[in-house]
Design a protein around this ligand. Sequence first.
Ligand code: WQD
Length: 345
Amino acid sequence: MKKTVLVSGGAGFIGSHVTVELIQAGYEVVVADNMSNCDLTCFEGVKKITGRDDIPFEKTDFCDAAAADALFAKYPIDAVIHFAAFKAVGESVAKPVMYYKNNLGSFLNVLEAAGAHGCHNVLFSSSATVYGEPDVVPVTERSPRKPATSPYGATKQMCEDILRDTVRATAGTPGEIKGILLRYFNPIGAHPSALIGELPRGVPNNLVPFITQTAIGKRECLSIFGNDYPTPDGTCQRDYIDIVDLAKAHVCAVARMMDGKMTEGCEVYNIGTGRPVSVLELVNAFQKVNGLKLNYRFAPRREGDVTAIWADPSLANKVLGWKAGRSVEDTLAAAWAWEKHLAGK
Ligand code: WQD
């Protein structure tokens, strides 16, 4: 019988790509989202890509404990992948209570409902932000977690701890919960169909949506934040991971949980490429692969940015049997195709 996976926050950027990969791998997926930061564009795209018009969709706010419980009562959920969270770093600094309430509250309700309804597998969408400014790069899963520099980052660390504690407390009991923490580096790009992608509201905070919106003429000029960092070209380095590659990591992780292959109650994996790319390199790659010129200028450093961080993804490569495969050029071509799709071009 097909296994059922609940994707909380499944109508968003990462959730929609994960839903596609899960369905294509043969899972039943229940998509739930409160639609606070997205519309139905990506869910409609998911239905088109998969050719499935019958994917269950629930408008659920996971901060509502009764609603979370009702969802687990309604479907035979074997595993949950939890994305439903706020994710804007700057906003979290301005509105900490809102961030803690939403990101912790929704996850606690998911865990409680999973426990109450015999769902034993929980995958949490974490972030490289938990490493802060690393002393050594690339970072491995054993690199220290530094104090969070924003409430957003703190919620990721706290949810990691909440899942670890839950796994420890339930080990060997009938309500046993197994956990996987996936720490994403910088997810970018879009599905090659150009039917789903990132849909930022207002002025984008993240680099690639800002680049594509500048290229299409929605923004006048990209500001590159800082060119005096101690890196080869003076701009920050990150590990930009293709969104479809990232989505596939979830399929590998869910399969490992469901097939009873986990060797620890709570496992953690870096999901990145292992390849550092600077802001300037990314901008140049975008221009080259798409054959266009981007209007950009150098601007002061952005507060809170780390100089350089990239993953050592060897644990995920070995244990999950997963590897990032797409080139940064292909990923940037997909991001541009998606921006053009949105503009109706
Ligand atoms: C990347 C680089 C900027 C915009 C954040 C979160 C992280 C994760 C992903 C998810 C940096 C530079 C950016 C611009 C620029 N969160 N930049 N001009 O900061 O690495 O990670 O997003 O939900 O937890 O912290 O990603 O895309 O914002 O920035 O020069 O207009 O691009 O300085 O070096 P970041 P980003």
